[in-house]
Design a protein around this ligand. Structure first.
Ligand code: SF4
Ligand code: ZN
Length: 348
């Protein structure tokens, strides 16, 4: 790749990384800035770089694959990878109900958009979107508005539930309290539990989330760093367990910047605001480290999840999947007699 060519990367945190003659420039940006950078990128590249599959102007350079792709072939590439992930990790059979966790952010919006595009003609298949309002003032409201608009546009049934109604509290209230764990631990556990509960109520056969390649690679690395093999095994495409709706992550092989680009190219309304509590997460440090590594060693994130996929089959023998019981307080599926959500909320 010629160093003189300006490459624009939309990274996980919506910073633009502009590589110009070897200089790395990071700029905090919003959606309109990303849009204008894409135009500059298109303009500059159109002078010399064409899509490797046709003669149109390239809009992205995938350093890990060595491919320059135009808008059409980039969109096709993303959708091809999603279809392949579905075939390899969680086949979708007849008469299924796909419950999509729709936060209204870019990842979940893109996953709903693509699933709808692939399956909307299947009469035997139902797609239902659910949004959880965790009660994060100034952040979640906007996302939920986007979620509503997208579900309406696609004609998808949409259900909204809140921590307030379900747990009698909000993330803002929990964050303000003295607590043992970081905010995200509470938020993640409570949301996961509520999503599963609603998916069960809806007789969902798959619970679809928008986790992308970056999310997966970060989680794998975090578990490696913590030496937590058992937790890592649980990341593998799960087997059916009573009381738990099978989780599916169709964007598992799409880098986060490409999910963002796909959302922009499809004119999807997504929030680029970040949760006010996100700075607390250890994930942030791992994310920075991985992104830095990816710049120097393209393909690192893919390597991490490929290595994990190979390892998991071998390790699963030593860590057989546990049998679940019911939480004595809320009745949700869990490993002990009290589920993590009830434990965190101090119930029972
Ligand atoms: Fe919840 Fe943490 Fe995500 Fe904010 S960053 S929505 S607190 S998990
Ligand atoms: Zn419980």
């Amino acid at each position: 790749m010629d160093d003189r060519i300006i490459l624009i990367y939309i990274l996980w945190n919506f910073y633009i990384v502009d590589v110009f003659e070897g200089t790395l420039v990071r700029t905090r940006c919003d959606k309109s800035y990303i849009g204008s950078c894409l135009l500059i990128y298109q303009g500059r590249l159109s002078m010399s770089i064409k899509c490797m599959k046709c003669n149109r102007d390239a809009i992205i350079y995938q350093k890990y694959s060595g491919m320059h792709l135009c808008r059409k072939h980039f969109i096709e590439d993303v959708e091809r990878k999603v279809k392949l992930t579905i075939r390899q990790n969680f086949r979708i059979g007849k008469n299924e109900t796909l419950v999509v966790a729709l936060s209204g952010g870019k990842d979940s919006s893109v996953v709903l958009h693509i699933l709808h595009k692939i399956f909307h003609q299947r009469r035997d298949l139902e797609i239902i979107a659910i949004s959880i309002d965790e009660g994060i003032c100034g952040y979640r409201e906007h996302n939920i508005e986007h979620a509503k608009a997208l579900a309406q546009e696609l004609g998808v049934r949409h259900i909204i539930r809140s921590f307030r109604d379900e747990y009698g509290t909000t993330m803002d209230e929990l964050a303000a309290k003295d607590r043992v764990y970081g905010t995200c631990s509470y938020c993640g556990v409570l949301r996961k539990s509520l999503l599963n509960k609603i998916a069960m109520e809806l007789d969902g056969t798959k619970l679809v989330t928008g986790h992308n390649l970056d999310d997966e690679a970060q989680t794998i690395l975090m578990n490696h760093l913590g030496g937590d093999v058992e937790r890592m095994i649980r990341l593998a495409p799960p087997r059916a367990l009573e009381g738990l709706v099978l989780r599916a992550k169709p964007l598992r092989n799409i880098p986060e910047k490409e999910v963002a680009l796909y959302a922009l190219l499809n004119n999807m309304l997504v929030e680029f605001e970040r949760c006010p509590y996100s700075h607390e997460a250890l994930r942030g440090e791992v994310r920075k480290m991985l992104n830095k590594f990816e710049v120097g060693h393209p393909g690192t994130k893919y390597s991490l999840i490929r290595g994990f996929d190979k390892m998991v089959g071998v390790l699963a023998k030593d860590y057989p999947q546990v049998t679940l019981s019911k939480c004595r307080v809320c009745g949700e599926a869990c490993t002990g007699d009290l589920c993590q959500a009830c434990n965190l909320l101090g119930r029972g």
